[in-house]
Design a protein around this ligand. Structure first.
Ligand SMILES: Nc1ncnc2c1ncn2[C@@H]1O[C@H](COP(=O)(O)OP(=O)(O)OP(=O)(O)O)[C@@H](O)[C@H]1O
Ligand SMILES: [Mg+2]
Length: 397
């Protein structure tokens, strides 16, 4: 399950800078590129990348987080074989500029969405329908929330929304005539699972429409701006993660997302069938073109294993591994076919809650564990802001 070496050509320093635009300073909530923190980028012919990051204060405890984010983003670029991060410290003048930039952003509310900049955003995508995007979104969301985290779930599949049914959540978002009320809040859903109480905050087209007729009207009216509205007008509040269930295929919604939330990483879902993996590769392609990082590949509907250990690869074998190698991202989970998964989805009782010890649930748990501890850990806020502000004002801003 390690990323395969990529055979692509080394990226240019500009490519690296563009992908680094998706790394935010965890406290200032502004891209490190915009803040002038990316001092130097060097790319060797062999695909090794060196990034020099100028920190606001040399001893800032958040530097490890910035380093991890930089490494992880840059590693997602095709052709990168190794990433090294060096630290420097900003000059007084650079600090003043950075703080002006951060203040300007806050003042002009240049932050284009209501999604907090500290939220980790993960979009679950695939090239074709029915491979299990919604199932993966919902169960990963539950597994993360069960760790005590606050997880937003955005059902961006406005044509085929299924998240409310799968989670068993009903609710209403404010809005009429194709426009969402700017003060509307996501529908909260507290888990009654054992362990720390997690919270899901759910937004779906299903909370706007009453019947087929109004569904058609809403879709017609907000089609092109649906995701923008969901991100812009819904008051998400505090979030550790935002998981987005994408519609099948590649298109405007992906592009819009890349523009509005450049920190988004993609989780590409495929079935083990080799044909499905070819379609999913298109999603990865488009991710690279819009400078979104592919965090990993999930193979869903992997071999069905009977209680006595017999394995039946009903949907073929190898699709996940092949796709992972092709896009240079790790294969992060193999979720087996299990009747409880479909039954849980139909009953609004996700398998991770209904049958937590079953093989599919264990796969989702392990995935949540990897996401939260290694692949995309929640942003841990600590306090250097006060010090930075103080320094910047002393420097005369
Ligand atoms: N691992 C699994 N084992 C058994 N059934 C599964 C599994 N994963 C998904 N399913 C079932 O397969 C069907 C399709 O899954 P899902 O709706 O999650 O796919 P999707 O990619 O979101 O589809 P769409 O493109 O229509 O949005 C559902 O009925 C779901 O319950
Ligand atoms: Mg779906």
């Amino acid at each position: 399950m390690t990323p395969a070496p990529s055979s692509a050509r080394a990226p240019s320093p500009d490519d690296v800078r563009r992908i680094l635009a998706g790394v935010s300073d965890p406290e200032l909530h502004v891209s490190i590129v915009e803040l002038g923190m990316v001092d130097d980028v060097r790319v060797g012919d062999d695909g090794t990348v060196l990034v020099r990051v100028a920190l606001t204060t040399a001893g800032c405890p958040l530097r490890t987080q910035i380093k991890t984010d930089v490494e992880s983003k840059v590693r997602g670029l095709p052709g990168v074989t190794d990433v090294q991060v060096e630290y420097g410290e900003m000059t007084a003048e650079q600090k003043t500029k950075a703080m002006e930039r951060a203040r300007w952003n806050a003042r002009e509310s240049a932050e284009p969405t209501e999604v907090p900049a500290s939220a980790r955003v993960l979009a679950v995508a695939s090239g074709k329908g029915g491979v299990g995007k919604s199932t993966v979104t919902v169960n990963l969301a539950v597994a993360l929330a069960a760790r005590g985290l606050t997880v937003g779930v955005l059902d961006a599949d406005i044509w085929g929304f299924s998240v409310p049914r799968m989670l068993g959540v009903e609710g209403r978002l404010g809005g009429a005539e194709g426009k969402i009320d700017p003060n509307t809040r996501p529908v909260p859903n507290r888990l009654d699972a054992d362990g720390p109480a997690g919270l899901l905050k759910v937004v779906s087209m299903g909370f706007l429409v009453d019947d087929e007729q109004s569904a058609l009207m809403w879709r017609g009216l907000i089609l092109t701006r649906a995701v923008e509205q969901f991100l812009h007008d819904v008051r998400w509040g505090e979030l550790d993660y935002l998981l987005i269930d994408m519609p099948p295929g590649t298109g405007d919604i992906q592009m819009g997302l890349a523009r509005m939330l450049p920190q988004t990483e993609l989780l590409v879902v495929t079935t083990p069938a080799l044909a499905a993996q070819k379609v999913a590769a298109r999603v990865a392609d488009m991710a690279h073109r819009s400078f979104l990082k592919v965090m990993g590949v999930v193979e869903n509907m992997s071999a069905f294993v009977t209680p006595d250990g017999q394995s039946y690869a009903l949907f073929g074998e190898g699709g996940g591994q092949t796709l992972a190698a092709e896009v240079g991202a790790p294969l992060v989970a193999q979720v087996p076919l299990e009747p409880a998964v479909a039954a849980g989805g139909d009953a609004g009782d996700p398998v991770t809650l209904r049958a937590p010890d079953g093989p599919a649930s264990l796969a989702f748990e392990a995935l949540a564990d990897r996401v939260a501890t290694e692949l995309l850990p929640p942003v841990e806020m600590s306090s250097c802001t006060a010090r930075i502000f103080e320094l910047a004002s002393r420097a005369g801003s």
